[in-house]
Design a binder for this molecule. Structure first.
Ligand code: ASP
Ligand code: MG
Length: 317
């Protein structure tokens, strides 16, 4: 089957709701049950998502930026944007409300259509977002490792027939996952390190210190960013982005200016920081469809969605 035909087949629910699809949906259900239960047991408060807001993640500057347009609409005479991520909402909430939160958050990122065949991009997807006040990078590593390995073990124990139907020989990774610095990977693999690393590792690895959006913590003295991605093996690639966060007013202001970002969209965040109420925190977001694709061993992430959102293809449902 040619690439175009494969993408069209993936986008057509009638052609696609077969036994494989049902097995994948069962795997997704078990993964979510496992992760949500664990987070609740650890005292995380389950927050429901917002879709439209005056402010969202700028997704800029991000080395992986590939957004064709932002979805903006007028409601009640006000201009709002569709959520690209709930990072700003997470920062405000852990500062003022519950200190530990998680959200299954739908994100809209209108990726360029040439990303249809990467097997990894969707224009609507869901992140399992977590954020914890006063947490550090290592705390977040441990939580996500526990969520990932816990969910994989559960799928292996409960859904052996489904894994067999999908032809998936699932290996449970050992923890803690290895941690690399972005600079050493860049030296070894060049600019396309994220793709190369995903092809060359056998177990998930953390990559730290990636220059990107203003909200991730940057140590101005050493130039080191206290942020991270988790890269999955077998070519599945980046599945988590997260960081310790900026919380100081002057520094946030300076970084917004440097990035050329409209400060007026981040007034609440800036006001909190100015009053010393923006708490330091750390967190991250796990791409649910990408993680399910990895566990199920499917080659295109759209196979995980009953109503696929492949860049450039807009189906009726
Ligand atoms: N969820 C990410 C974070 O917590 C932001 C993103 O979507 O890239 O940092
Ligand atoms: Mg990001």
């Amino acid at each position: 089957m040619g690439r175009e035909a494969l993408l069209l087949r993936l986008a057509d629910p009638e052609k696609h709701l077969d036994k494989r699809r049902l097995a994948i949906l069962k795997i997704q259900t078990e993964i979510l049950r496992s992760m949500v239960e664990r987070l609740i047991d650890k005292g995380y408060c389950w927050i429901l998502p917002v879709i439209f807001s005056k402010t969202t993640d700028p997704l800029w500057p991000d080395p992986d930026f590939s957004i064709e347009k932002r979805v903006e609409v007028d409601i009640y005479g006000e201009r709002v944007v569709a959520m690209q991520s709930m990072i700003i909402h997470k920062r405000v909430l852990v500062s003022l409300g519950p200190g530990k939160i998680f959200i299954l958050s739908p994100n809209i990122r209108i990726e360029r259509r040439d990303r249809a065949s990467t097997g990894r991009h969707l224009y609507e997807f869901t992140q399992l977002e977590i954020e914890a006040a006063y947490a550090k990078m290592e705390d977040i590593f441990r939580i996500f490792e526990e969520l990932i390995v816990g969910a994989m073990k559960r799928v292996k124990d409960e859904l052996a027939p489904e894994l067999e139907l999908l032809g998936r020989d699932l290996r449970i990774p050992s923890t803690p996952f290895k941690v690399y610095r972005r600079s050493e990977l860049e030296e070894r693999y060049g600019r396309s390190w994220p793709v190369e690393v995903a092809r060359n590792i056998r177990e998930p690895v953390w990559v730290r210190d990636i220059p990107r959006e203003f909200y991730d913590y940057e140590d101005l003295k050493s130039g080191e960013w206290r942020n991270y991605d988790l890269i999955l093996p077998e070519g599945f690639g980046e599945v988590i982005s997260g960081a310790e966060r900026e919380y100081e007013y002057e520094k946030i202001l300076m970084k917004l200016e440097k990035d050329g970002i409209d400060k007026s969209r981040y007034r609440i965040l800036l006001d909190l920081a100015k009053k010393g109420l923006l708490k330091p925190s750390a967190g991250g977001g796990l791409g649910v469809e990408r993680f399910v694709a990895y566990v199920a061993g499917v080659s295109h992430v759209a196979e995980v969605q009953p109503f696929p959102r492949i860049p450039g293809i807009v189906p009726e449902l």
